[in-house]
Every structure is written in C-alpha cells, then in structure tokens.
Design a protein around this ligand. Sequence first.
Ligand code: AMP
Length: 516
Amino acid sequence: MSEGAAKKGEKPRKFQAIRGTRDLLPPETALWNRVEQTAHEVFGAFGYGEIRPPIFEATELFARGVGGDTDIVSKEMYTLVDRSEKLEPDPSIGSMNVFFQKVRELYKSGEIPTDEQDESALKIAEDQWKKVDDLLEGGLKSESAGTEIYKLVLFYDALRLGTRVSLRPEATASVCRAYIEHNMQQLPQPVKLYYIGPMFRRERPQKGRYRQFYQIGAEVLGGTDAPAIDAEVIEMVMTFFERLELRGVQLSVNSIGCGECRPKYVELLRAELLKVKDKLGPDSQRRIDTNPLRVLDSKLESEQGIIAKLPRIGDHLCKDCADHYAAVKRELDLRGVQYRENWRLVRGLDYYMRTTFEITAQGLGSQDAVCGGGRYDGLVELLGGPPTKGIGFAIGEDRLILSLQEARKEVASGEWRVASGKIGCDVYVAWMGEKAYATAIRAAKTLRAASFSVELPPVEQKFGKALERADKLGAKYALILGDNEVTSGEWTLKTLTDGSQQKVTEPQLLDFLRKL
Ligand code: AMP
C-alpha cells in the first residue's frame, strides 16, 4: 500500500488549502476576470505587450535582483533544490565512494552549481563516510556505530546536489532576465511589458496578505529615463484604477536619489539616527546599522515625532535627481494626475532609484497599499545585461479586488451580479418530455453560439421546480419548452424579474433576447 493511502477503516484525511493560500471561487472569479480584462485593455492602449515568465526561477536571480538581505529573499522565499538527474541515489552503500567521486566530477564540470557551502558540506559527508567505512571493516562492533551511521545520513541529506530554484516572490527580476535572454535591447526601445500572475512570499497571513497572492505589473525597459516615461507609467495605473472605479485612490510620490546622492544622504541619516538611538525601538535600532532608510517606514507611534525631525532626502538630491523629480511632477500635472509627496516613501527593494510611488485605496485596513513602483536603472546590468533604464510597478490584485468588493457592499447595487452571491445566467431552459428535450438542446446550442449564458438541466424537471431553480441561479429568463410549445412552434419565454411571459418562435428568439 502506498504511504499516502488511508488504512482500512480509517477515516480519509480531509485536506485544506495550505495556510496563506486560498481558492478563488465563482462568483468572485468573475470580478477577477473583469479586472484582468480591463488590465489587458488599458495596458494595451498604452502600447504594452503581455509577458508570461515562469513561476519558478534560479534562486540566485532573486537573490541578486531583489537583494539578498531583503526580508523577501532572506526569509520569505519558497526554495527547493532541483536535484541533478545524474545523481539518482544509489542504494548499495558499497558504491558510496563512486557516488562521491561522481559528485566531485559534476561540481568540476559545472553541471551542479556549487558554492563554498556546498563544497564544505560535501567534505563533511565524505569524511563521515570514511569513518563509517572503517567501522564497517571492523564488523560494526563499535558502540558508536549506530550514531556514526545516523550522522552520515544527516550529512548526506544536507548535500544540496542541484540547482536551487525558488517560487517567484515578484516578477521584475524575471522580466529583466527575459529582456536580456531574448536580446530585447535589439528591439525598438523602450520595451513595454506587463504581466498578471501569482507570486509567493512566506509572510504572516492576515487580511490582504497571503502567501500566494497575485500581481498585475508592468515594466518599461531600455531607451531613456525621460521624466515623461515615469509620469506615463503612473498615469497608466491611475487610468486602470479609474476604469475600475476603485474608491479612495491616493497616489504618493517621492524621489530617492541615485548612486551619487543617496549614499551621502544615508550616511547623514545614520549619523542623525545614532544621536537619537536610545529613543528608538529595537527594530529601528537594528536598522541604523543595516538599512537606515527603512527606519522611515516605521509605523511605531513613539517614533513618529523623532522621524519628523530627521533630514529629508528631497533636500539632499544631486542636481540631476532634483531636476528629474521636478520634471516628473510637472509631467504628472500636465496629465491631470493628482498626487501627494511623501518624503518617507522608500521602497524596500535594493534596486530602486529616483522616482518611487505607492498607491493606496479604501476598505483595506492596515494593508492598504494596492500598488508600489519605481525606477530601477541599474537592475538589468546587475543581472548581466547591458546598462539599461528601467521603471515599473506591481499592483496587488487581491487587495484591489478586496477594495472593489468593499465599495460594492456599500452601494449594494442590484445590477452588480457578483455582489448578489449568484453566478447568474441569461437563460434557463426548462423542458419536459423527450421531444422537448431535443428542442431544448438545439435552443441551448443556438443561444450559446450567440454568447448568451445558458443553463440546460440534465434531467427532466417539473416546470414549477425548474422555475424555482432558475430563480435560485439568478437567471434572467426561463425558456419553457413542453409538448405544446414543440407542436405549435411557439415557445414560451418568461422574464423572471417581473414574471411576464410571451410567446416567441424559434427564428425570433435571438432577436427578441438581443432587444431586451
Ligand atoms: P511589492 O512587490 O512588495 O512592491 O508589492 C507590490 C504590491 O503587491 C503591494 O502594494 C501589495 O498590494 C501587493 N502585495 C505584496 N505582498 C503581498 C502579500 N503577501 N499578499 C497580498 N498582496 C501583496
């Protein structure tokens, strides 16, 4: 019996979705589709093409692209070793020497990527094997033989022996990798791409924060860093939100300088923070060392007064960055995009520079950021490509949907099918009798071909029952087909919202419904 099969008489285990993941179900998925369809339309109108990168990539890509010391990479990634197929474990212990020799060869040829950690793990396992091998020669009489063999198993398990791959925690690094891999710098620049799909971060789940969540994002790669590009990217997100009628949208912008001016500002900030270190909480105290900019993110009430008095990056931008920032704001004004400036808006990811922005929406509680974005001119080069300008954003689709649903609850609009809790359909075909069934199948086919959504009951139902079910499903019309209708060729169409009824012939049906 396989390991997973339930034993006889045992109650089979009930499975649940893994913590932090969830099923998106109808009717809610209709809203997800509408949101995604709107993204395709709006982003298409701005000249973006869709990219669908894989869901897992080399761990190294994210370590470099997102930053090895960010929480996302150091604590939150789902990583596994994609073991080399050339190293199928050999169960005969006598061939351990051969096994280790094979590993060394594969390390040498580069077929298994290695680092210092792997090398030392291999050495430890090899040494342990020698010890066990000696014990074997002595007939395993030593008292510690069991322990030594157990240790060998542990050390063997610790060998990674393959490429480390991770579920993507975000998609910018993947899009940049694809840009380089497919030589997109040869295309007319800039290249404008968008993506929609799931991301994975092992965060503590709460409302609006999941371990599998969805992002809708876009990147502009190559060409210039003209401020108009930054402004148009922001204008596009705002147009998307407007089209969706997202409520309480607030855009914050900032500039976080460049490789020239930011390090100087960070040092100044660090010096000022050291002066007030005693008054800060433990997280901020630690960040003075690791990443002083992140102190500005703090939501701790007791730190707000102190932070307000810290030096602001806006006063320490170099001339190029200051000019760029001023021009981005002018461009936003030209496009009628309303924004607030927030000097404390520093993005958590290492590669951001100059323009950063964040958008919040209503109905989301503490996790109210629906979109974050910014410029990252050094990223493509960091990933082995040519120097390339870049800017992009990621919208949290789960939060966007939550906010739309919250707003819908307030309006309680009857026409909003999704909010009614019913999937809804256009026509419920109520049929009785064998002859009517053939007609019903034909009617359903015709209606579906004309894009009406149709429910055709698989077994015969009394008309009363059928109408009850049609109502429960939220159908707009019931097409009633019984012997009388089939013989006379005059079908009965009942409008379920007002109970009215009329006769229509088969050729009239489509026109009739289209006019309603
Ligand atoms: P980031 O990639 O961290 O800049 O995030 C961009 C957007 O993705 C955020 O503004 C959120 O809307 C969304 N987001 C990030 N992490 C999560 C998560 N764990 N669950 C749901 N949405 C998230």
